[in-house]
Design a protein around this ligand. Structure first.
Ligand code: SF4
Ligand code: SF4
Length: 365
């Protein structure tokens, strides 16, 4: 007779999120009355039952050591009953039910060097990708650029002194593991040349069919050279995405001279006031200049300053630009409009302006 196999746990996916909700959230799930920001970095939720939850937000590093994680866990044990969460932009939030713990928690976080803020009309943590630290397709570093930019913009994290929310994202290639398509300001690193083929290494390292199939634009073709099966790249079809390098390490794109960064503006996910918007190109190319990328920092700061001075209350970057018009945006920021701003992708016609209505640009808006 066959023995019955004991039930085994085979699902290795993440546990159900409800398992880790703080008791106050479980109790009041879906029954919250209102929320308000009490001061930078402190958000209060009040439930229909009268229960209160204070979320205290601090800027956490995107790449976090075990020492830092242990520190956050120790702070959470002391002030928030062990409950914390990470936001989608890598802020850390401590979920506190005892109002008396809020002030000492803020003090402790500041003492440890973690600024409290990033809520409401401010700049929150920059969401970013792996960069040179980890990913093979990176056209720039991520942590280095983000640290340099945020060191400059940091006062806007602790104060709510901007017209509206300002969300910044960074991605180190156009495969875009960051939220660059939908952020108020997006920094996107890019390659500008097709892959260089190492003809010696390719037949030994790569499978020709998978290498050919890896290209989304069909730019890679099989080719026989000196009796060896290899590939060629139709350069006009290449969009420098580095997908082929993921599959075949003998096709490198990294190029110290030609890799660099572009800046995009006006994206958002929110439905408030205006439907979600895609980011659009502001600056096509800034060369890599490690370790502090001063040109990128200056460009982002300039856009933030112009937005802060000219946008109306609550207006997001894209909403402001739409109101004043793109010509006025380029005029106010002093950014040069070039041929690279004109979309020449084969489906571009669908996004071109098709009406006779024009946004004129008066001297003052
Ligand atoms: Fe890698 Fe590109 Fe993602 Fe950066 S954005 S981590 S280079 S895939
Ligand atoms: Fe194709 Fe992208 Fe490689 Fe260019 S970089 S050949 S588009 S896979």
């Amino acid at each position: 007779m066959a023995t019955e196999i004991a039930t085994r746990k085979t699902d290795i996916g993440p546990p159900h999120y409800q398992k880790y909700l703080p008791p106050v959230i479980k109790k009041n799930y879906g029954k919250w009355k209102f929320h308000e920001i009490l001061k930078p970095g402190v958000l209060l939720h009040v439930a229909e039952s009268g229960d209160k939850l204070y979320s205290v937000r601090a800027a956490a590093p995107r790449l976090t050591s075990t020492k830092t994680i242990r520190l956050f866990a120790e702070i959470a044990d002391q002030f928030s009953g062990g409950y914390l969460r990470y936001t989608s932009r890598n802020n850390i939030e401590f979920l506190v039910t005892d109002e008396k713990q809020v002030a000492p928690l803020v003090e402790r976080l500041k003492k440890e060097g973690y600024p409290v803020g990033g809520m409401g009309p401010s700049i929150t943590n920059i969401v970013h990708t792996q960069g040179w630290v980890h990913c093979h397709s990176a056209a720039s570093d991520a942590s280095g650029v983000v640290k340099s930019v945020m060191d400059e913009l940091f006062p806007h994290f602790e104060k709510m002194d901007l017209p509206g929310k300002l969300r910044i994202a960074f991605a180190c290639c156009l495969n875009m593991c960051g939220a660059v398509h939908c952020s108020d300001i997006a920094i996107l690193a890019l390659h500008r040349l097709p892959p260089k083929i190492n003809k010696e290494a390719l037949p030994k390292m790569c499978e020709i069919p998978t290498t050919v199939a890896s290209c989304p634009t069909g730019a890679i073709r099989p080719k026989m050279i000196d009796g060896k099966q290899t590939v060629e790249v139709i350069e006009e079809q290449c969009m420098y995405c580095a997908n082929c390098f993921t599959v075949c390490p003998a096709m490198t794109l990294a190029d110290a001279e030609n890799d660099g960064l572009s800046i995009w503006v006006g994206g958002k996910v929110s439905n408030a006031r205006h439907e979600p918007m895609f980011s659009k190109l502001a600056i096509p190319f800034i060369p890599n200049n490690p370790p502090r990328w001063p040109e990128v920092v200056a460009a982002v700061k300039n856009i933030v300053d112009v937005y802060a001075k000219n946008a109306s209350k609550y207006e997001r970057m894209g909403e402001w630009i739409e109101r004043v018009g793109w010509p006025r945006f380029f005029q106010l920021t002093g950014i040069e409009f070039t041929k690279y701003h004109i979309d020449d992708f084969k489906h571009a016609g669908e996004s071109y302006k098709r009406s006779a209505q024009l946004k004129h640009t008066p001297a003052e808006v």
